[in-house]
Design a protein around this ligand. Structure first.
Ligand SMILES: Cc1cc2nc3c(=O)[nH]c(=O)nc-3n(C[C@H](O)[C@H](O)[C@H](O)COP(=O)(O)O)c2cc1C
Length: 355
């Protein structure tokens, strides 16, 4: 009996297995509109046996893009470009999610293979980023501090993007509260030095995230699963730490989040991470609190047995993999075979099925 290939239910959605595709930016959108690349890229994982595919960090407002090439959900045109991609994922038996994101002070940067690094200047299509406090990420331009109206506009951005995501057919919404982007910037004392109700105590630093969880839940209703990705530690002195992450995970689920997607890091350039296979699994296990809070594990989980073990030992409820799916878009078919589990193959591929 494989846990990895057993179904799991969140609200009105049952996902066929627990081996999922982690959100991965493709930096290939045009004015926030996803393209043919995204279609081919995301649909292949559904053919390859993924249970859930969460599409890349998708900006809820234009200034929330990491780069000028990020995907977005702030216009109807962007929504309509996502719809056939979601349909293609569904046609191949997988569930589709999207990661709703705002990059905060890490916005307006060059995409990874651009000739330049750091912040994109205005003359090249860049913009002034916004953040809880006017503290720059090392090597990037300084952000402008969000005022109360700016914070309200961020909440509105998440709500309207959530509406468009559901209208495009997405089954799952994930809030990007990790990797040093805006919601994480609010959580961490290293990037949040506000003195209003959004800064200082952990309750205050978590206020924006919880406000968005509440507002999105009201907008999309009770049926739609809502996940929250968080960085459970900044891997830096004085930063957001696992005990705080435990509290935030519990609050988010009390507010109606259905799963905490446990990642780490990304807030500061001087972070110290010891990367090794499954390096973030212990953080997932901590936040899971013995099964009280549904969590997913991510980070260098690259093999079927390893993924099965993480679930069997009770460290997580589901597995997100990123780069392994890029190396092998049919990772799911292969993982099932390696675990001796019979899963449905696309009939077009049946002749390649290991028997
Ligand atoms: C090309 C690429 C793009 C990524 N983009 C995102 C993203 O949009 N949102 C996010 O939360 N993580 C992003 N990540 C991180 C992955 O989702 C994942 O957490 C990380 O790669 C660790 O998992 P892995 O070892 O299985 O790749 C990205 C990773 C890669 C390789």
């Amino acid at each position: 009996m494989s846990i990895l290939f057993s179904p799991v239910t969140f609200r009105s959605l049952t996902v066929r297995n627990r081996l999922w595709v982690s959100p991965m930016c493709m930096y290939s959108a045009v004015d926030g509109v996803v393209q043919e690349w995204h279609h081919t890229h995301l649909a292949q994982f559904a053919s390859g046996g993924a249970g859930l595919i969460v599409a890349e960090a998708t900006a809820v407002v234009p200034e929330g893009r990491i780069s000028p090439r990020d995907a977005g959900l702030w216009t109807d045109e962007q929504r309509d470009a996502w719809a056939p991609i979601v349909e293609a994922i569904h046609a191949r038996g997988a569930a589709a999610g999207v990661q709703l994101a705002h990059a905060g002070r890490k916005a307006s940067t060059w995409w990874p293979w651009a000739a330049e690094r750091g912040s994109v200047p205005a003359e090249d299509g860049g913009w002034v980023s916004t953040a809880p406090s006017p503290i720059a990420f090392e090597g990037y331009a300084a952000p402008a501090e969000l005022d109360a109206g700016g914070i309200d506009a961020v909440v509105d951005g998440f709500v309207t993007a959530a509406r468009r995501a559901v209208d495009a057919g997405f089954d799952v919404l994930e809030l990007h509260g990790a990797h040093g982007y805006l919601l994480h910037q609010f959580l961490s004392p290293l990037s949040n030095q506000r003195t209003d109700q959004y800064g200082g105590s952990l309750e205050n630093r978590a206020r924006l995230l919880l406000r968005i969880v509440d507002a999105v839940r009201v907008e999309v209703g009770d049926g739609v699963p809502l996940f929250v990705r968080i960085s459970a530690t900044d891997h830096a002195d004085g930063g957001f730490a696992p005990d705080e992450a435990e509290a935030v995970a519990a609050w988010a689920t009390e507010h109606g989040a259905d799963l905490i997607d446990v990642s780490s890091g990304g807030l500061v350039a001087h972070q110290q991470i010891a990367v090794h296979p499954g390096y973030q699994v212990p953080l997932a296990a901590t936040l899971r609190q013995g099964g009280r809070i549904p969590v997913s594990a991510v980070g260098l989980i690259t093999a079927a047995e390893q993924a099965e073990q993480v679930l069997a030992e009770g460290s997580a409820d589901a597995i997100f993999a990123g780069r392994e799916w890029l190396r092998d878009p049919h990772f799911g078919l292969r993982a099932a075979h390696e675990l001796g589990v019979e899963i449905a193959w696309p009939p077009q591929y049946e002749r390649a099925h290991w028997r």
